[in-house]
Structure formats: structure tokens, C-alpha cells
Write a protein that binds this ligand. Structure first.
Ligand SMILES: [Zn+2]
Length: 212
């Protein structure tokens, strides 16, 4: 099964991708991770990408598509994959379609984990992180501001990412950039929308039941 996964900030898309990957026995291809790995392995495209990133420039679509092509051609992607983090624009979606056709990797399933903005804002603003180990926990589980994971004292703080206005801005950017991509997919493939509220396991069950 080939899946392209979309999800708003805060819905736990990465976690869902990992669960799906182990339940369906297909690799989780996170474009952020494969870019980092191409840079570490110093592949031709990795070197090109690093040069641009060092100059503070964005990695252009051709390079990202090249890196995705390399990954999809690997043996592990033969029986399917979960692509996470790409495409982010309609132009990238078109590039990806061309690539999948070239590699004879159709059809695919488009999954979008949706959310209630109020719930996301509530969840993300009601948590703190540990300065020492980056562990994240909800406010109602905090006893004396010490970290239950590493034991550091007075180490919990609200990340600047978790401030309400920052979350609102991220949701706004996500909605305005992702909506056209989903509209594009809706023209040919049917986008599978899954409600992303509730417990992690409930959300994965919901996704799996819609996929099979
Ligand atoms: Zn800690």
C-alpha cells in the first residue's frame, strides 16, 4: 500500500506514520529524515542540498524529488510506503505524480488527518517541555516542575513553539498551503479524511479501518 500522509501541526502525524508503518509493514519515509540521511551519507544530491542549506536557501523541488526517487527505488519501498512531509505545494504534488508514474508506483492512497483547531490549541498550550531531555508532558501531569523522565529539578518550561499565537500562525500556514494540495488530489484520487482528535490508538484504528 502506498500512502501519502497529511496532518495539521499537533495531530501527531509522525507518531501515526510510525504506527501505520509497523502495522502495515511498509517503511515510513519522512522527507525531513531522508534529507538528513542523504546529507550524512554524502550522496550526490545530499551534497547539493547541503550546499544550499548552508547558504540558508531552501532545497529546491528537483533535489527533493531526486532524493525521494532514490528512496522509492530502494528494495524496502517495493511493497509500499508512507510518505510524510511531501508534497507541500501543488507543484510538488505534480512532480510526485510524474515520479510515481515513472516508477510504476500507482495507485496510492491520500490520507489527511484533520483536527479541531480549538482542541489542538488547547492541547499544545497545555504542556511543558524539559530543558534537560526534551520530554514533553501535559500541565495536569506536572507535580513540582521537575521532570518525570530524567529527574531534573525545575527544568520544565513552555516552548516558544507552544505559545497560542505561534500555533495559530502555524495552523494558518498549514491550512493555506495544504488545502490547495488536497484539492488537487481530490480531482483524481479520493482524499481519505480521518478525524485526528482523541487518543493516539483511537486515531490509528480510525486510519486503518478507512484504509482497508
Ligand atoms: Zn527531563
Amino acid at each position: 500500500m502506498r500512502i501519502i500522509l497529511f496532518g495539521a501541526p499537533g495531530v501527531g502525524k509522525g507518531t501515526q506514520a510510525k504506527i501505520l508503518s509497523s502495522k502495515l509493514n511498509i517503511p515510513h519515509i519522512s522527507t525531513g529524515d531522508i534529507l538528513r540521511s542523504a546529507i550524512e551519507k554524502k550522496t550526490h544530491l545530499g551534497i547539493e542540498a547541503k550546499k544550499l542549506m548552508d547558504k540558508g536557501e531552501l532545497v529546491p523541488d528537483e533535489i527533493m524529488v531526486g532524493i525521494i526517487r532514490d528512496t522509492l527505488k530502494e528494495e524496502r519501498s517495493k511493497n509500499g510506503f508512507i510518505l510524510d512531509g511531501f508534497p507541500r505545494t501543488v507543484a510538488q504534488a505534480k512532480e510526485l505524480d510524474r515520479l510515481l508514474t515513472e516508477l510504476n508506483m500507482n495507485p496510492k492512497k491520500i490520507v489527511a488527518v484533520t483536527t479541531d483547531e480549538k482542541e489542538i490549541i488547547k492541547r499544545l498550550t497545555n504542556r511543558k517541555a524539559c530543558k534537560n531531555c526534551n520530554y514533553i508532558l501535559p500541565l495536569d501531569e506536572i507535580k513540582d516542575n521537575s521532570c518525570p523522565n530524567c529527574g531534573a529539578k525545575d527544568s520544565l518550561y513552555q516552548r516558544s513553539d507552544d505559545k497560542e499565537e505561534v500555533i495559530k500562525k502555524r495552523l494558518e500556514i498549514f491550512n493555506s498551503t495544504t488545502k490547495p494540495v488536497l484539492d488537487y488530489y481530490n480531482e483524481n484520487d479520493k482524499v481519505i479524511y480521518v478525524e485526528g482528535t482523541g487518543k493516539i490508538e483511537e486515531i490509528s484504528e480510525r486510519i486503518l479501518s478507512k484504509l482497508t
